[in-house]
Structure formats: C-alpha cells, structure tokens
Design a protein around this ligand. Structure first.
Ligand code: GDP
Ligand code: ZN
Length: 361
C-alpha cells in the first residue's frame, strides 16, 4: 500500500533508517494505531516527544500524520507530529494524564480532512440558524464545508429547505439525502474520491452513523472493528476504529470528540430546539413523571394527538442521554463521558450565571 491512499501529500525524506511516516487511525489514552507503508501498527509517544509537548494540541490525534520509529517486536514510537492542513479543536478542560500538559487549552478532535459535512435533519428540528453556526465553526477548520440535509424521505419536497440554506449561505454546496432510501447519495460521490477525508459534524440523532453505513453499503462499525494480536499477552483485543475507509478509497473520521462538538452546540440550543417537548412536562399528571407510560402523561398524549412527533420525542431523549453512544464503546469513552458530563454541568451553570448577569456568552 501507499500512504498517499490515506491522503498523505508530503514527502518521505524524513523516513530515515528505521523511521516511517504514518496516519493515526485510532487513539485511546496514550495508545495509537497508525497506518504506514508497512501496514497498520500500534504506537506510543516517544519520551522526548512527550516532553516537548506543552498543550494537548501538540499531541497527535485521529487523522494526524506522524513520524514514527518503527519497532517490529512491539509498539513503534511516535517522534514527530507532521503539520496539519486542517483541524477541528475544542477547548480542553480535562487536563491530561501527562501532568505537564496544561488543561484549558486547545484539543484536537480531528485532523487533515478535506471536507466538513454539516448534517442536519429535514424533520421539524430543521433550523437554518444552526447550520450557520456550524458553518462558522467549519470555515475556521481549513476543510471545505458542505451542508447535508438528512432524512429527505420524511418530507415530500425539500426544495424550500434547500433554498433557505442556499440564500443564507450562497457559496456553500447543499445536498438533501436519505440514508434509508438512498436518495441523493450519488450526488455525494465527488467528495468521496480516493485519498480524500471527510468529517461529519451534527447533533446526535441527525443520522451520521446511518449515512456512514449507507455509504459503505454495509455495517461499517462492525466491519471496521479490527482485531489486533496483543503480542505481549498473545491474545486478540478488539479495537474501535475512528478513521474509516470507504469502498471508494475515501475516508471518514468519526471520533467521540467530533460528536461532542455537535453535542455542545446542541446543549447550547437544546431548550430552543426542544422547547415544544419541554413545554409539555408541566402538564403531566405526576410531577415526577418519567414519560415512560405513566397514566396522564402529557408527552404520550401529545404524540397520540400529533402535537409532537414520535421522532422528535426520540431525538429529545437521545439528546438527554448525552453521549451514551460513547459510553457503550470503550473504557476510554466511559471515562471521557464521565468527565464530559461534569463539564456540561459546569458549562450550563456558567451560561446560566452569565445570562443572569445579562451578559453575553
Ligand atoms: P447519529 O446519532 O447522528 O449517528 O444518528 P443515527 O445514524 O444513529 O440515526 C438516528 C436516527 O435517525 C435513527 O433512528 C435512524 O434510523 C434515523 N435515520 C437516520 N437516517 C435516516 C433517514 O435517511 N431517514 C429516516 N427516516 N430516518 C433516518
Ligand atoms: Zn409525562
């Protein structure tokens, strides 16, 4: 294989004796999976590299190209982070297991992508204002933003929504698709060229996983679950890939970090988007109603009478469960989710306090 298939456009002069250039396909704690011209391998950070890093953004993440010292009897060691041509980051208040790495600094959540797909559903959650917010994030990333309106099968005619987006953002491409029927997917082919990398940005529930699976024409999440032999213990360990290769040779980065970006945005606007749902709660017979079939539940009544759709209710619940999606995946994610939840709490308290002062976030 050739690393250019993985989007590498730089030179190979750094590949001196014993060194290789590779792309990070997976990161869990301080363990990396890196694809190189010699195939996929485990890697850790070289001590001198760690000491030279000051902030999290100095450390490699999924999508990054790195230089590593090849080791064929154990983990190879990453000695250098190669320049990023695009990146998504968020501010990091987690701190890091390397004590000298400062918290509250930029953390990378995806790197070296060509396109940023901004996904939003064509159901009643559709808001042009949200798309514009994502657009401003995406434009700073260095990737080319593309607006994807998902679940086109839910409405008869999406030309009104497409035109709304076009007039709000005339220079951005807009596509309506349905992962369920396949509608509109062909129009995405120009983006999924060999060696190109796409990241998905969008709230939980907009259909990111479904689109990824539809594009791959198979259950990609399962297919890409690689089994690596852990040499030291002589057994197979299951890993969860964060950079997927599609049959066309294009790649999609789907990291928990990108999903958190989406969720943060959602948290910010959650009561605006879901105010219809929350307005129902005071009307439930029981004040501690969990809206799971209790008698006199106003949510159940509204769904029955068509006041809100089952789908809106489900996406509301999904949102409330936060990144349960992440919880189910790996230890790293379970730990991350815990930190994430306390972070969201702090963020909510902060924005509430700011609002109380009449200030601006
Ligand atoms: P994610 O959280 O962004 O990864 O969203 P998922 O891919 O898990 O989809 C969330 C929900 O939307 C699921 O119930 C999907 O079946 C549904 N969904 C996804 N794509 C489509 C679509 O094209 N049409 C319809 N009607 N539903 C969809
Ligand atoms: Zn209720």
């Amino acid at each position: 294989m050739n690393l250019s298939e993985y989007g590498y456009t730089g030179g190979y002069e750094k590949e001196k004796e014993g060194y290789l250039i590779g792309r990070v396909t997976e990161q869990q704690r301080n363990m990396y999976t890196v694809i190189t011209n010699k195939g996929e391998m485990d890697a850790v950070l070289m001590g001198s590299f760690v000491h030279g890093a000051e902030i999290r953004a100095d450390l490699p993440y999924v999508g990054d190209f790195v230089l590593l010292k090849y080791n064929d009897s154990g983990a190879s060691r990453i000695s250098e982070l190669l320049p990023r041509r695009s990146k998504f980051s968020r501010s990091d208040s987690f701190g890091h297991s390397f004590a000298h790495i400062k918290a509250n600094k930029e953390q990378i959540v995806a790197a070296n992508f060509d396109y940023v797909f901004i996904l939003t559903s064509l159901n009643r959650d559709f808001r042009v204002s949200r798309i514009l917010r994502y657009l401003s994030q995406a434009k700073e990333s260095g990737g080319e933003p593309v607006v994807i309106l998902t679940k086109a099968d839910l409405i008869d005619d999406c030309s009104k929504q497409i035109n709304e987006v076009r007039s709000a953002a005339p220079d951005i491409s807009v596509h309506a698709v349905s992962s369920h029927t396949g509608y509109g997917l062909e129009a995405l082919n120009p983006y999924f060229q060999p060696g190109k990398t796409v990241v998905f940005l969008g709230m939980s529930g907009v259909g990111k996983s479904s689109l990824l699976n539809a594009l791959a024409n198979e259950e990609l999440m399962l297919v890409n679950e690689t089994r690596k032999v852990d040499e030291s213990k002589g057994r197979h360990t299951t890993t969860h890939r964060q950079l997927f290769v599609l049959p066309t040779g294009a790649m999609v980065i789907d990291t928990p970090g990108m999903r958190e970006l989406g969720l943060f945005d959602a948290e910010e606007g959650i009561s605006a988007v879901f105010s219809e749902v929350e307005a129902l709660f005071p009307n439930c017979r029981f004040s501690n109603c969990r809206h799971k079939g209790e008698p006199g539940c106003a949510v159940a009544a509204a769904i029955k009478e068509g006041g809100i759709t089952q789908e809106l209710w489900e996406s509301y619940q999904k949102q409330q469960r936060g990144n349960q999606y992440m919880d189910n995946k790996t230890e790293y994610n379970r730990e991350g989710a815990k930190k994430w939840r306390s972070m969201v709490k702090a963020e909510r308290a902060r924005s509430k306090a700011t609002r109380a002062q009449g200030g601006k976030r």
